[in-house]
Design a protein around this ligand. Sequence first.
Ligand code: SF4
Length: 327
Amino acid sequence: MSRVFSGIQPSGELHLGNYLGAIKNWVRLQGEYESFFCIVDYHAIITAYAPDDLRRRRRDMAVSLVAAGIDPARATLFVQSRVPEHTELAWIFNTVTPLGELERQTQFKDKASRQESVSAGLLNYPVLQAADILLYLAEHVPVGEDQVQHLELSRVVARRWNAAFATEEAPYFPEPKALLTPTRRVMGLDGQAKMSKSMGNTVGLLEEPDAIWAKLRPAVTDPARIRKTDPGTPEVCNIYHLHKAFSPPAVVDEVAVKCSTAAWGCIDCKKVLFEHMNAELTPIRRRAAEIRETPALLDDALARGAARAQEVARGTMAEVKTRMGLD
Ligand code: SF4
């Protein structure tokens, strides 16, 4: 069984954007690959933060992941800082990573251009990401389109390290391949930008139905549908794409027809979406409440995940150090 690695920031409870854009896919992958899923708290400290808040966000993320269907008995679920080999390998990789490659990373250029001063951590973030993946000799990484460039850097790092300390015929680190996440990026309910906490346009995975409806009701739809009698174009409407994520195919077809023929209004359409969202989200909310009632079980699962991850990580580091004369 080949191996996948993927990480997620400890950003607190999941929202529909990261649930549909990544985690639903992880749940599927855990049955098909040997899966390592990591809450990447070392990545989260490159900008200012409050330690207690980080602890809370990390915990909330772990609760959300398990509630959403990540099964610690099938996948190795762990917190990055519990496996110090991540930063050890990142240092080693820093020594083979060309500076120019890091400076060319779009996310770095974008953030650096908006800040007066940036930390070296921001520049080296993709090196730690390469270490995260390669520590487990992962062959595949589920990524969204915006992460493909970082993955390319992991491939460059693997190639350069292999060129120095392995042979072309028998490379040590695999060059990880992207498994593109099938769901296209999820827009916020404002219809303006990708759903993200920083944009304040999210719907929390664990939010109560009343709160979800309060956001869904006024959500932006096809601007051409000014009156109920105006036919719409489902493809340009975010609500239609959410139907594709939550509603059965027959309902999605019905939405497309009723929208384009003005057979119903947007509120009718949203009510049907809300019903299907609730059918999927209610069991997740229930599981999250159960997990919070038995915190020791989650602690144990994360400790087991970290132990399993560290077992693999130590094996990789032993080999790396031997090959590099660091043993
Ligand atoms: S009917 Fe549905 S798909 Fe069409 S514009 Fe309204 S909300 Fe969007």
